[in-house]
Design a protein around this ligand. Structure first.
Ligand SMILES: NC(=O)C1=CN([C@@H]2O[C@H](COP(=O)(O)OP(=O)(O)OC[C@H]3O[C@@H](n4cnc5c(N)ncnc54)[C@H](OP(=O)(O)O)[C@@H]3O)[C@@H](O)[C@H]2O)C=CC1
Ligand SMILES: CC(=O)[C@H](N)C(=O)O
Length: 268
């Protein structure tokens, strides 16, 4: 099962799993994209593909999905769907920020806890959680996003350790910059012009994540930039890290490309 299969890393995960012969259950909101991907995967790899067009921010729809999953033999859960709000927190609709928490955090937690008992009963299974290097430090201009990813990075690594000695595994996939629609959704498409971020493709990230899950690794941080982000997020004191972020990535996280000024308060 792959959430966020209609785009980016999720589509790449689905293609790679289909290539390994897995039947698939694809989840996202855009039914047309899921249907097109399902057709492609059935024709290319001769696997069975079901689609569930579900808004993971919708508790009722999510409950129904979780109930279905709890009753099915799910071999691999890729809890990947997510999105980011970028810019000042004060400029965002609180309801949309709450949806970000629902999709990025609550849905991942709910789906993982739904599949886990069945996996443990079969003593077999894998959960790949797409967190982020953004979870390794607070991220001004993406405050909600960074906090949701901090939850995922923590949760998935803790679960990895809890599952030691069982046939079930959990791996954190913590990418850095990946060339996907995430930045269009966040209103900062121009960030992709910045080549120094050494953008990875969704397929490179999906391949690394699935290889890490197969090897039962605690975490996978694909690429040089992501490794540098993760290291600095974990080890640099905030008084050094925040000024460095102000000079590098934070101005790129402002919708409309406006450079944040010191008078903006949170950045001064
Ligand atoms: N791109 C990057 O640089 C990085 C991305 N990540 C993470 O990777 C994951 C995948 O993102 P990425 O591929 O980059 O971005 P995309 O925007 O390309 O894909 C996001 C996916 O999440 C799905 N999604 C979003 N909101 C919902 C919702 N309410 N209900 C169901 N599905 C939803 C989208 O489907 P639909 O719109 O059809 O519902 C889409 O399939 C995310 O968790 C992201 O945080 C982590 C680090 C870096
Ligand atoms: C910009 C980034 O690298 C970050 N990992 C993200 O999650 O978007």
């Amino acid at each position: 099962m792959v959430t966020g299969a209609s785009s980016g890393i999720g589509t790449a995960l689905a293609r790679r799993l289909a290539g390994q012969g897995y039947d698939l259950l694809l989840v996202a909101r855009r039914a047309d994209r899921l249907a097109a991907l399902a057709t492609e995967l059935r024709e290319t790899y001769r696997v069975g593909v079901d689609v569930r067009p579900v808004d993971l921010a919708d508790r009722t729809a999510r409950d129904a999905l979780a109930t279905e999953l709890a009753g099915r033999d799910i071999a691999v859960l890729c809890a990947n769907a997510g999105f980011s709000s970028c810019g000042h927190l004060r400029d965002h609709d609180p309801a949309q920020l709450a949806r970000e928490v629902e999709v990025n955090v609550v849905a991942v937690h709910q789906l993982a806890t739904a599949v886990l008992p069945g996996m443990l009963a079969r003593d077999r299974g894998g959960i790949l959680v797409t967190g982020s290097t953004a979870g390794e430090q607070p991220v001004p201009m993406a405050a909600t996003y960074g906090a949701t990813k901090a939850f995922l990075n923590s949760f998935s690594q803790a679960l990895h350790e809890e599952l030691r000695g069982t046939g079930v595994r959990c791996t954190l996939l913590a990418p850095g910059p990946v060339r996907t629609e995430l930045y269009d959704v966040a209103g900062v498409p121009g960030i992709r012009k910045h080549r120094w971020l050494r953008w990875l493709t969704p397929d490179q990230v999906a391949a690394a994540g699935l290889a890490g899950l197969a090897a039962n690794r605690r975490e996978v941080v694909p690429g040089v930039v992501a490794k540098a982000q993760a290291w600095s997020g974990r080890h640099l004191p905030r008084w050094l890290l925040f000024p460095a972020m102000r000079r590098s990535v934070l101005p790129l996280l402002v919708p409309g490309g406006r450079r944040p000024e010191p008078r903006d308060g949170v950045l001064s």
